[in-house]
Design a protein around this ligand. Structure first.
Ligand SMILES: [Zn+2]
Length: 260
């Protein structure tokens, strides 16, 4: 047994030396993939205790939750909270971006059920009140989630720099977007709402919305196992959630890359 352990250590040591010499460039990718692999073990049956139905539905106070942290003022445009693991990964990504003169500012992070309900009900009762139902719901759903179905509830998803796709199509914005496409995955961040050209359902493309996949993948797995349409209620037009099949078409209407 002792010899066996020793030989594993030696093999690892040799592997590590080999890696320093040859694959330094790939190290970050390997780390992120390992994190995802570790998280996947929970999808079978045992999720960490803190992941509850209330958690994935956004029905908790993240400002009083020790797992959430305030984003530093210089990296956000208002008071924004995200999960601590997400902030840690974002800070690493932001530092790497800065070195290439790319500046990333978080303009939205965690939003709970009540916050999303205010956005949704405003659009329902004011902004789009002249559109008949259920078309009104579909109009709001172009860019806004029904309360209980937003990835922003989870503390894993952030909006960066601008809430306008046009901003990211030229000049400074395009440089930022290209940098993110090239580098964000090294830090665990992916764009869930990509172009719909290849048949993705759900929200329109959002070049500003990035998700910390090592955790959001886990929360989505929990959501799909535990949440039903009976859990999605208490806001204007909630009855349409089932008809539109929000869980299938919107909650799971994400880039195929995220489902691998
Ligand atoms: Zn967003």
């Amino acid at each position: 047994m002792g010899f066996f352990k020793l030989s594993i250590k030696l093999t690892l040591l040799i592997f590590c030396f080999g890696c320093f010499a040859n694959c330094k460039k790939q190290q970050k990718n390997i780390e992120v993939k390992d994190t995802i692999a570790v998280q996947n073990k929970y999808t079978v049956s045992s999720f960490p205790d803190y992941i509850t139905k209330e958690y994935v539905l956004g029905k908790f106070d993240y400002t009083q939750n020790d797992d959430f942290m305030l984003v530093p003022e210089n990296l956000s445009n208002k008071k924004i909270y995200v999960r601590k693991e997400v902030l840690e990964a974002f800070l690493k990504m932001e530092m790497a971006a800065q070195k290439e003169n790319i500046h990333l500012t978080i303009i939205s992070g965690t939003r709970n059920f009540e916050h999303q309900k205010r956005i949704w009900n405003y659009k329902w009762n004011e902004k789009y009140k002249n559109i008949p139902m259920p078309k009104r719901a579909l109009k709001i759903l172009e860019y806004s989630s029904m309360p209980s179905s937003s990835r922003h509830h989870w503390g894993t998803d952030i909006d960066l720099n601008s809430l306008n796709n046009t901003y990211f199509s030229s000049g400074k914005g395009l440089n930022e977007y290209n940098w993110l496409l090239e580098n964000a995955a090294k830090f665990g961040f992916y764009q869930p709402y990509t172009s719909k050209e290849n048949g993705r359902t759900g929200y329109n493309e959002e070049k500003w919305h990035w998700s910390y996949l090592p955790l959001s993948k886990l929360y989505l797995d929990f959501y799909n196992q535990q949440i039903t349409y009976q859990d999605i209620n208490d806001f204007e037009g909630a009855d349409f959630a089932k008809e539109i099949d929000i869980i299938k078409n919107y909650v799971n209407g994400i880039s195929v890359e995220l489902n691998k």
